[in-house]
Write a protein that binds this ligand. Structure first.
Ligand code: ADP
Length: 169
């Protein structure tokens, strides 16, 4: 079974086999976690993302899917980019958010990552309430069949940290 740990902090400072990026479909960078990862990891990551856009993902990475690149100068070996759904009150997109976690772990298995750090995907610009995102993230990781040994949720702010901590009690 996967051990789940919580850390309040910056995902770009995490030593782990892989860190998950809350990317957007373009794979070409953005704000929040995405901006921080590209800034700290350097241009190698963006170069691989561009190559993915030029090959397998000509139309971008679909919501709910994941793909790995180098982690450049980050203290990790890989970045697993996943695209979270934008939160909607009209439509239940929970399955897509669950898919981000499941697919990231599937990619982690493919590359042989045993420790994986996740941010609170979709809870920033994409507007997902952290309490609900925490429920989906924790349930999905607990249910996953994976060889990953440690999932570390790295929460930037107090509210997200508390939301995840309550789920793990
Ligand atoms: P999304 O577009 O999927 O909502 P964001 O990057 O905007 O992604 O935000 C996702 C979560 O990550 C938010 O809770 C945000 O506060 C948090 N966050 C922003 N920067 C960092 C960082 N450097 N490390 C960890 N978490 C971060």
């Amino acid at each position: 079974m996967v051990t789940i740990r919580l850390v309040q902090g910056d995902i770009t400072e995490q030593s782990a086999d892989a860190v998950v990026n809350a990317a957007n479909s373009s794979l070409l960078g953005g704000g929040g976690v995405d901006g921080a990862i590209h800034r700290a990891g350097g241009p190698e990551i963006l170069a691989e993302c561009r190559a993915l856009r030029a090959s397998r993902y000509g139309r971008g990475l679909p919501v709910g899917q994941a793909v790995a690149t180098t982690a450049g100068r980050l203290p990790a070996r890989w970045v697993i980019h996943t695209v979270g759904p934008v939160f909607s009150r009209e439509e239940d997109r929970s399955e897509l958010l669950a898919s981000c976690h499941r697919e990231s772990l599937r990619i982690a298995d493919e590359i042989g990552a045993r420790t994986v750090a996740f941010p609170a995907v979709s809870t920033g610009v994409y507007g997902w309430p952290p309490e609900d995102a925490a429920r989906i993230a924790v349930e999905t990781v607990r249910a996953a069949r994976t060889s990953v040994e440690e999932v570390r949720f790295v929460l930037f702010d107090e509210r997200a940290y508390r939301a995840f901590a309550e789920r793990l009690d």
